[in-house]
Design a protein around this ligand. Structure first.
Ligand SMILES: Nc1nc2c(ncn2[C@@H]2O[C@H](COP(=O)(O)OP(=O)(O)OP(=O)(O)O)[C@@H](O)[C@H]2O)c(=O)[nH]1
Length: 218
């Protein structure tokens, strides 16, 4: 039987309870948003398969409960992840401070060299902002990782289909992500400028209109 996909990428979202991890995944996988808050119990996942240059890329995105009581369960999933997305809420100072603890948790539980990405979610709530973008920029630089502000509600930087027109064109393919992101919202939640996914050969950056830019294995 033919394989249903060419490459499988396993990604994991972590961060404090209520920062919007589930909503980001739902926005990404189903392009939907719900204001109702149902806290995740343990762990859950969603799959989205995308077709890039004739290759089927299956993305398995794992959603973890932010509550401390589920930590033993959720950390067990770190090791299988190729990329870990750390999420805080820009309106919640504590969730940003806790990013240091989540980083520590990655160090203790994930595979060495796992790719990381920092997201400051709920950027649609500018009036309630408690975490300046510069602070998160600095933290991300200290850890040598990429950082984007997102909104699962307004879809900012999650699936930038609706934002691409305002951005300057990117090259169709480029080996390895550029050193700095373009100054607009080209980056999506799982953008190649955020992640270099591990795998054989080298990575190529590919741009597709419906999902923006992606990294696929060459
Ligand atoms: N305004 C705004 N609200 C959001 C956004 N993302 C999530 N929310 C709201 O924040 C609340 C928590 O969202 P969840 O996605 O369930 O949070 P979580 O991080 O998965 O929480 P746990 O499952 O407890 O770890 C919900 O009421 C969402 O509607 C966003 O981008 N903007």
């Amino acid at each position: 039987m033919a394989k249903a996909y060419d490459h499988l990428f396993k990604l994991l979202l972590i961060g404090d309870s209520g920062v919007g991890k589930t909503c980001l995944i739902i926005r990404f996988a189903e392009d939907n948003f719900n204001n109702t808050y149902i806290s995740t119990i343990g762990i859950d996942f969603k799959i989205r398969t995308v077709d890039i240059e004739g290759k089927k890329i299956k993305l398995q995105v794992w959603d973890t409960a932010g509550q401390e009581r589920f930590k033993t369960i959720t950390t067990a999933y770190y090791r299988g992840a190729m990329g870990i997305i750390l999420v805080y809420d820009i309106t919640d100072e504590k969730s940003f401070e806790n990013i240091q603890n989540w980083m520590k948790s990655i160090k203790e539980n994930a595979s060495a060299g796992v790719q990381r990405l920092l997201l400051g979610n709920k950027c649609d709530m500018e009036a309630k902002r408690r975490v300046r973008k510069e602070r998160a920029d600095r933290l991300a630089r200290e850890h040598g990782i990429r950082f984007f502000e997102t909104s699962a509600k307004s879809s900012t930087n999650v699936d930038e289909v609706r934002h691409t027109r305002a951005c300057p064109p990117l090259p169709e393919t480029a080996v390895r992500p550029p050193p700095s992101p373009p100054s607009c919202s080209h980056q999506s939640l799982l953008s190649p400028t955020g992640f270099q996914l591990p795998g054989p050969g080298h990575l190529a950056q590919v741009r597709r209109p419906e999902i923006g830019e992606w990294v696929v294995l060459d």
